[in-house]
Design a protein around this ligand. Structure first.
Ligand SMILES: [Zn+2]
Ligand SMILES: [Zn+2]
Length: 169
């Protein structure tokens, strides 16, 4: 189910929310943005740090919701290489979750994505934690990446390996 948080009214005036904000009507959204820009100009490094902290805290909580800070493929626990994998690619529901906050390729930008997970706007069943290695291997398994068959003997002859991919799904 798609849900836009529990508050449906502008925080400043009580009018209905505009569809570009989870907190404000359109007038107060713009006013709020202007104030935020002013604060940013005054002290960019503090604001950048604050955003980074809030993004990573949301990321940690999102990973916890998806089964913990551990790769579902190989049990890697290094936070720096953990990613969120769409089990079957991006679903239609996620595409619709926000028309205005999409990043490249129609996906939500990662910051918005973490908060969408925490709000319950993204189906958790469609997501899992994978490390970057397992993420890449899985792209090969899905056929989104491919090693040319002619290359494989060449890689093996050079001492490389192309092992079969074993992932939960
Ligand atoms: Zn308002
Ligand atoms: Zn892994």
């Amino acid at each position: 189910m798609l849900r836009r948080g529990t508050k449906q009214q502008c925080r400043a005036c009580g009018e209905p929310l505009c569809d570009r904000s989870a907190s404000f009507c359109d007038v107060h959204r713009l006013e709020h943005n202007e104030k935020a820009k002013g604060r940013y100009k005054k002290n960019p490094s503090t604001i950048k740090k604050r955003i980074k902290l809030s993004t990573h805290r949301a990321r940690v909580r999102a990973l916890q919701l998806l089964g913990g800070l551990v790769c579902a493929g190989c049990n890697e626990r290094d936070y720096r290489v953990l990613t969120i994998d769409h089990v079957d690619g991006v679903t239609e529901a996620e595409r619709k979750v926000s028309k205005n906050r999409r990043g490249r390729k129609g996906r939500l930008d990662s910051n918005t994505f973490y908060f969408a997970i925490l709000r319950g706007d993204v189906e958790v069943k469609s997501l899992r934690v994978l490390c970057m290695n397992c993420q890449v291997r899985n792209e090969h398994r899905r056929g989104n990446r491919r090693i040319l068959a002619e290359l494989i003997p060449y890689i093996l002859a050079a001492g490389g390996q192309v092992p079969p991919i074993t992932l939960p799904c």
